[in-house]
Design a binder for this molecule. Structure first.
Ligand SMILES: [Zn+2]
Length: 432
């Protein structure tokens, strides 16, 4: 059994912060330690306490003065879009048709999928993201490449073969039946293999016939433990077109509800333009509204209404949405999320932001017993963050005296340069 002790300033959340100084929402140790064995955290606390429990010969890695936190979780990202990011488009539908649907066709080539999977996970890890929930392409082979590479690196990754059978190029469409069959094959082959989790992945209502959403609903009923991911109410033109395609629906949310896809396993990307009825239905189902701030700004889609969603009791998450998003960094993502809430007149405390990208996102995935915290029993996916990583950060840190200020500095000026070390299941990974 390999055992090691990580020493550092440890921070782990226990609940969603209710105020900017809600100290009961997290556990922070100025001189903390994590005892790790066989890929898991087996003890956490002050260094003095943990060193007493460790064997005399224990290998110790001292990360002070850096912050040791659970690895970041990105619950909405598109694996086949790493060469789409930074594409110049007026809006969502133009961006999809001009760039994304062209690029995703290249994933019919297995060698291309395998090369991109390696580059994708290299980049996520460099950014301190140890778990992501990804859309693969329509091709089953893209999901095979994604999960094989995740397994090779022992990463806890969630993903799914995209289901789309209309309103896209022929080379990028499946059928209701083939999408059902291929998703079942992906589940059989990959779900529970190594640390992989499969998600049922109808892209969105525009690219699925009613028959395909029905098939997705059948998959959800047959596999109630699986996550479901799709897009909801991102952009005005998208919403209008969706309602034309589903004229019998009360609203956009009602389409997914009708097909059994609005459940407590559903990750609803964007969820920007929603009525009170829709927010109530989402809250009642326990589904999750996934805020994708850099994408929403980049494509000019709209401003996520966090305050209203919270008032309705909707569960939330925050994500990059690469390649509509413009940064892989969850720190950059928190900065843009904060600014969107500023425009909404809603002040978002830094401890709530850091709760969201760790435990909060883990709770959204139903995986908080495995990832997102430093609690004993958790998988040892851990990052060391440096709030003095750049000259500008270093000079600002001279005036910082409180943890909350340091977190706010990290999210405002930080990026991949602040991610000093990443452990995956207890093993440090190379970030070159
Ligand atoms: Zn997306």
């Amino acid at each position: 059994m390999t055992m090691r002790l990580l020493r550092g300033r440890t921070l782990s959340f226990v609940t969603r912060p209710q105020a900017r100084d809600d100290h009961r929402s997290y556990v922070y140790e100025e001189d903390g330690a994590l005892l790790i064995a066989d890929g898991k955290i087996i003890a956490a606390g002050s260094y003095d306490k943990i060193i007493d429990q460790a064997p005399d010969s224990i290998e110790t890695v001292d990360h002070r003065p850096h912050l040791l936190m659970p690895g970041f979780i990105d619950p909405h990202i598109h694996f086949p879009q790493i060469q789409v990011t930074a594409s110049y488009a007026a809006n969502l539908l133009e961006w999809l048709n001009t760039y994304t649907f062209v690029e995703e066709q290249r994933f019919a080539d297995q060698a291309h999928s395998e090369r991109m999977a390696k580059l994708f996970f290299d980049e996520l890890l460099r950014q301190g993201t140890t778990t992501a929930v990804a859309y693969c392409s329509v091709h089953k082979g893209s999901a095979d490449a994604y999960f094989a590479e995740a397994a090779r690196r022992n990463l806890l990754m969630v993903g799914g073969k995209v289901m789309m059978d209309r309103n896209a190029p022929d080379a990028l469409t499946d059928t209701a039946q083939s999408s059902y069959d291929d998703t079942r094959a992906v589940i059989a082959q990959w779900h529970g293999k190594a640390r992989n989790h499969v998600a049922i992945t109808p892209r969105f209502a525009i690219t699925s016939t009613p028959g395909q959403l029905e098939a997705a609903g059948t998959l959800a009923r047959e596999h109630p433990d699986l996550l479901i991911q799709t897009h909801l109410s991102e952009n005005d033109a998208e919403i209008a077109y969706t309602l034309e395609l589903y004229p019998e629906a009360k609203d956009y949310t009602d389409i997914y509800a009708h097909y059994g896809l609005l459940t407590d396993k559903a990750l609803l990307g964007h969820a920007i333009h929603l009525s009170d009825r829709e927010m109530g239905a989402i809250a009642e189902a326990g589904a999750i509204a996934v805020h994708c701030p850099t994408s929403n700004l980049f494509l000019g889609s709209g401003l996520f209404d966090l305050k209203r969603l919270k008032a309705h009791g909707v569960r939330t998450a925050v994500a990059t949405d690469i390649g509509g998003g413009s940064s892989y960094s969850m720190l950059r993502t928190l900065d843009e999320a904060y600014k969107i809430q500023q425009l909404r007149g809603h002040r978002l405390p830094p401890i709530e932001s850091f709760w969201q990208v760790t435990r909060g996102n883990a709770e959204a995935l139903g995986l908080a017993d495995r990832i997102g915290t430093l609690e004993p029993g958790s998988d040892a996916d851990i990052i060391a963050l440096d709030a003095s990583a750049t000259p500008a950060m270093k000079i600002r840190m001279e005036t910082v005296t409180r943890l909350e200020e340091e977190l706010f500095l990290l999210q405002t000026l930080g990026d991949d340069r602040s991610v000093r070390v990443v452990y995956v299941a207890g093993e440090a990974v190379s970030l070159d």
